[in-house]
Design a protein around this ligand. Sequence first.
Ligand code: SME
Length: 157
Amino acid sequence: MAHQSDKAATLDVNALLTAIAAAPDANAAMRIAVERLKAELPHYMWVGIYLLEGDALVLGPYLGKPSPHTRIPLNRGICGAAASQKATIIVDDVNADPRYLACSIETKSEIVVPILRDGHALGEIDIDSDQPAAFGGRDRELLEPIAAMLADAWEDE
Ligand code: SME
């Protein structure tokens, strides 16, 4: 199957990290990350950031169709799994994953990257694609440094 992941390699990661680092506060940093990723990678159909509040993930800035999942308990969904395991999760076929909470009927694959600080999850970046198996190692290499940069932005608040 044709892989979309190489498109992530064409993005200037350093330019994006510089823009996030220059944001005046954590909210602006999150918005910039979401906007740039959505604008520059067309197969990123839905891009959002969830923030951990207590034992639930609460939807913050996002671009794409409104999601019914604005609050996800840590023990539910691919989102809950990534935050609980503190590890990136890539799902090639969301409909074959029993954890999947449907956001849009168009979604075929998903990547969730936790935003970690000192071993704790602060939140996560969640991206859906309308193409199966759209995400791979290139996307992880792009998104994990962005997640680390967002963790720094929170730390500086
Ligand atoms: N699919 C996610 C829920 C969030 S929506 O994709 C925006 C999950 O299974 O946790």
